[in-house]
Design a protein around this ligand. Structure first.
Ligand SMILES: C[C@](O)(CO)[C@H](O)COP(=O)(O)OP(=O)(O)OC[C@H]1O[C@@H](n2ccc(N)nc2=O)[C@H](O)[C@@H]1O
Ligand SMILES: Nc1ncnc2c1ncn2[C@@H]1O[C@H](COP(=O)(O)OP(=O)(O)OP(=O)(O)O)[C@@H](O)[C@H]1O
Length: 269
């Protein structure tokens, strides 16, 4: 079975409060984007995992695909598999790439071996692997709250708009990014702000990580400014960075603008 675990962006991200378990309650809109890895899962004599493309820190036993496989194998009986991951989505990029690989492994094993795991149970397994992971089980635009792993439907469609994702190659640790932010209750419900026209989001829809990370990494602010200069209707950082995105009304080729960065551009669905 061959699947393509895609990335996400956060549209608006409020860090509301620190929880007693050390995590933070957040509110954000998660939106799938087309930048994807390729994940191949086939039956085999014994479990194996290999990856190509971007080097993933740690050995295969720490990979979220391996963890997803082991978690299901502990509860269900099915053959061993060989997992091959072609890694293309940058790591430590705020795009949830590792979480997506894990969620797609759960979904692929469920489909391949007809395990009949309910959607709720797949979400529970995903939550055990990481806060972002459950979103990729659903993989559609959602308003997310608590750790970012509880959802509500949102009537937001950016289908047909053009998105440019720009990653400067900085690996930002999620733990450190959270520790640099002072949580605050937001004044306006993000769901209400996202009902505004796209052209009004610039002053209204914020990612709380930007305030602490932009002074530390000036290149992030520069990329955001450049995205606005080239005509973005809205530009922001995704998650805890380091990827910035710009949403455009029309198709735009910005590869020449960001020569030093990794870039992905395409249509939103
Ligand atoms: C920044 C976001 O990408 C926004 O979508 C996510 O909140 C991060 O989610 P993630 O990478 O799946 O994070 P996890 O693997 O669950 O947690 C990594 C670390 O990030 C911090 N963390 C994560 C999620 C959250 N809601 N509060 C936190 O404080 C915790 O220190 C945690 O130990
Ligand atoms: N399949 C995988 N792909 C990428 N990273 C993985 C994978 N498995 C485990 N990891 C580990 O997870 C860490 C974070 O990966 P990921 O790419 O999801 O982070 P991210 O871009 O910071 O995402 P976000 O902040 O949006 O959750 C990496 O440091 C890496 O060591």
């Amino acid at each position: 079975m061959l699947v393509f675990p895609n990335a996400k962006i956060n549209i608006g991200l409020n860090i509301v409060e620190k929880r007693s378990d050390g995590f933070h309650n957040i509110e954000s809109c998660f939106y799938p984007v087309g930048w994807s890895d390729a994940l191949e899962i086939v039956r085999s004599e014994k479990f194996a995992f290999q990856s190509d493309g971007i080097t993933i820190p740690g050995d295969f036993s720490n990979n979220l695909c391996t963890k997803a496989y082991q978690m299901l194998a502990a509860d269900y009986t099915f053959p061993a598999v060989n997992i091959h991951l072609l890694k293309a989505v940058p790591i430590g990029a705020g795009l949830g790439g590792g979480s997506s690989d894990a969620a797609f492994t759960i979904k692929a094993l469920n489909d391949l071996f007809l395990l009949n795991i309910s959607l709720e149970k797949q979400l529970d397994y995903a939550r055990r692997l990481g806060s972002d992971c459950a979103f990729f089980i659903e993989n559609k635009p959602l308003y997310c709250y608590e750790k970012g792993d509880k959802f509500e439907e949102i009537s937001l469609t950016l289908a047909g708009k053009w998105i440019v994702l720009v990653n400067p190659g900085l690996h930002i640790s999620t733990v450190e990014a959270y520790s640099g932010v002072k949580p605050r209750q937001s004044e306006t419900d993000l769901r209400e702000l996202l009902k505004l026209p796209l052209s009004d989001w610039k002053s209204a829809v914020k990612n709380d990580f930007e305030e602490s990370l932009f002074p530390k990494f000036p290149v992030l602010q520069q990329i955001k400014n450049e995205l606005y200069k080239t005509g973005a209707a809205y530009a922001a950082m995704s998650g805890s960075g380091s990827t910035l995105y710009g949403i455009f009304q029309e198709e735009k080729d910005l590869s020449a603008h960001f020569k030093e960065c990794k870039i992905w551009q395409g249509l939103l669905k």
